[in-house]
Design a protein around this ligand. Structure first.
Ligand code: C2R
Length: 163
């Protein structure tokens, strides 16, 4: 069986509304992936096990979303050299600024590539993972170029109401 190249993990099932946007992009590009809840806070042993097994399982990128005290991406990155793409999930009280700061302010030496708060960040993390994989996959690169071209045409076709 071919290894799954991208793992999508999130701190809670309540993050799914946001993280489903990453999964949708991966599906759209035909990139095999898995999605599961892994919480550094609530299931630290499982989180360690996931990170420790990631490279040997063939994962090329881990997209990790979390909200509030969002330590999941950073702790995964602490335990694996597989690139971790962090998605700040919008939190109820601080609108995800807490999540963003928790994910982006990593100490030197343990990077987490951090994306925008919310669905756009989740989708962009997946597009970034696709771009990484496309470095070694010409067919995937062609799909990504077609996606961009389509997006450009959609933007060019945008109209505004009369003044
Ligand atoms: N930030 C983390 C971690 C973690 O970083 O390990 N585990 C859960 N959470 C976050 O807690 C928020 C509320 O979770 P619940 O809705 O389950 O109470 C979620 O956004 C989740 O990502």
């Amino acid at each position: 069986m071919n290894p799954i190249p991208v793992g999508v993990v999130m701190g809670s099932s309540s993050d799914w509304d946001t993280m489903q946007h990453a999964v949708q992009i991966l599906s759209q590009f035909g990139v095999a992936h898995e999605a599961r809840v892994v919480s550094a806070h609530r299931m630290p042993d499982d989180m360690f096990a996931y990170a420790e097994a990631a490279a040997a399982r063939g994962l090329k990128a881990i997209i990790a979303g979390a909200g509030g005290a969002a330590h999941l991406p950073g702790m995964l990155a602490a335990k694996t050299v597989v690139p971790v793409l962090g998605v700040p999930v919008a939190s109820k009280h601080l609108s995800g600024v807490d999540s963003l700061h928790s994910i982006v302010q990593m100490p030197k030496g343990v990077p987490v590539a951090t994306f925008a708060i919310g669905p756009a960040g989740a989708a962009n993390a997946a597009l970034f993972a696709v771009a990484m994989l496309a470095n070694h996959d010409d067919a995937l690169r062609a799909k990504l170029q077609a996606f961009r071209a389509e997006q450009t045409e959609a933007a060019r076709a945008m109209t505004l109401p009369p003044a």
